[in-house]
Design a protein around this ligand. Structure first.
Ligand SMILES: [Zn+2]
Length: 96
């Protein structure tokens, strides 16, 4: 039976079962998502506001002031503390 699942161990030591020849480890895959994925913390309109302005990384975000970010269409005041926190976690901050 070619559909039988076999145990694989990826290069990071994760164990997972796959029935196909696909070498992608689902644990590594899901680990990738939160990285640089600060946009996932935001409500959809706020996320679109950043994306529409080409802001996809924290580094890009840090080139704006809080006031500029707040003025983007769709961005709510509740998003600012979240953004400030993720910036801080990366050693960054909003432009003064
Ligand atoms: Zn893995």
């Amino acid at each position: 039976m070619s559909s039988e699942k076999t145990l694989r161990i990826c290069k990071n030591g994760h164990r997972y079962y796959k029935s196909s020849d696909c070498p992608t480890c689902p644990i590594c895959e899901s680990d990738k998502k939160p990285k640089g994925g600060f946009l996932a913390l935001l409500a959809a309109p706020a996320r679109r506001a950043l994306e529409n302005n080409g802001i996809k990384t924290l580094k890009q975000l840090s080139q704006y002031s809080e006031k500029e970010i707040l003025s983007l269409h769709g961005m709510g005041p509740s998003s600012i503390p979240k953004l400030r926190a993720v910036l801080k976690a990366e050693g960054l901050q909003f432009k003064k």
